[in-house]
Design a protein around this ligand. Structure first.
Ligand code: GRF
Length: 187
C-alpha cells in the first residue's frame, strides 16, 4: 500500500488527474495535498474529492521552517511518494536528502530544454518543430533530475499558443497518472 502526497500551487488540473487515477484504489491512495497559496484553485478540487490538505505559509515561516513543516506532515501521514503538480517552490537539497521517498515532477517541455517558468511559451517562441512533457525525479537542480518519461507533440504555430497549451495539458493529464501508477506499483 502506498500513501501519496501531491504538492501544488495553482490550478491543480494535474492534481485532479492524479486523484482520479487512485480514487477507487484499495491499495494506493492520495492522502495529502500540500499547497502554498491560500487562494489556489487546487483547494476547491481537493475539497471536491475530500483530500486532506495542509497549507504551508512560506511567507510567514520562511523556507527552512516551511520545509520542516512539510517534512512533519509527510512523516505524520506515512507518505511513500510525492508528486509535484505545478508546485512553484524549489525544494532544498537538505529537504530532498532528508525525505527519502521518491519525489517526482512534471514539466511542460522536453527537458533539458526550457527549464523553469513558461516552458510552453519558450517552446512556442523558438523554432522547434516539436515540444512536449517531461516527468522526472526531483533533485536539487531545478527541472534537472533523472528523466522517467517524455512525450512529444508537434508545434503547430498557426493554431496559436492556447492550442499548444491545451495539447500539452492533454498529454500531461494522460501521462502523469499512468506514470504515477507505474511508479507506485513498484513501491
Ligand atoms: C503544468 O503545466 C505542469 O507541467 C507544470 O505546472 C502546470 C500545472 O498545471 N509544472 P495545473 O495546476 O496542474 O493545472
Amino acid at each position: 500500500m502506498a500513501n501519496i502526497a501531491i504538492f501544488a500551487s495553482g490550478n491543480g488540473s494535474n492534481f485532479e488527474a492524479l486523484v482520479k487515477e487512485f480514487k477507487n484504489d484499495k491499495r494506493d491512495c492520495v492522502k495529502l495535498l500540500i499547497y502554498d497559496r491560500r487562494d489556489a484553485y487546487v483547494v476547491k478540487r481537493a475539497e471536491k474529492y475530500n483530500i486532506p490538505m495542509n497549507y504551508i505559509n512560506y511567507f510567514k515561516l520562511g523556507k527552512d521552517k516551511a520545509e520542516e513543516s512539510i517534512t512533519e506532515s509527510l512523516v505524520k501521514n506515512s507518505i511513500d511518494i510525492v508528486f509535484l503538480a505545478g508546485f512553484m517552490r524549489v525544494l532544498s537539497k537538505s529537504f530532498i536528502e532528508k525525505n527519502r521517498m521518491p519525489i517526482v515532477n512534471i514539466h511542460p517541455s522536453l527537458l533539458p530544454k526550457y527549464k523553469g517558468e513558461n516552458g510552453i511559451g519558450q517552446a512556442f517562441d523558438s523554432d522547434d518543430k516539436e515540444t512536449g512533457i517531461t516527468i522526472h525525479y526531483v533533485n536539487e537542480e531545478v527541472d534537472g533530475g533523472e528523466i522517467i518519461l517524455q512525450k512529444s507533440i508537434e508545434v503547430v504555430r498557426e493554431k496559436g499558443i492556447e492550442y499548444l497549451e491545451n495539447e500539452i495539458h492533454k498529454l500531461e493529464h494522460e501521462w502523469y497518472p499512468k506514470t504515477a501508477r507505474m511508479l507506485v506499483s513498484k513501491l
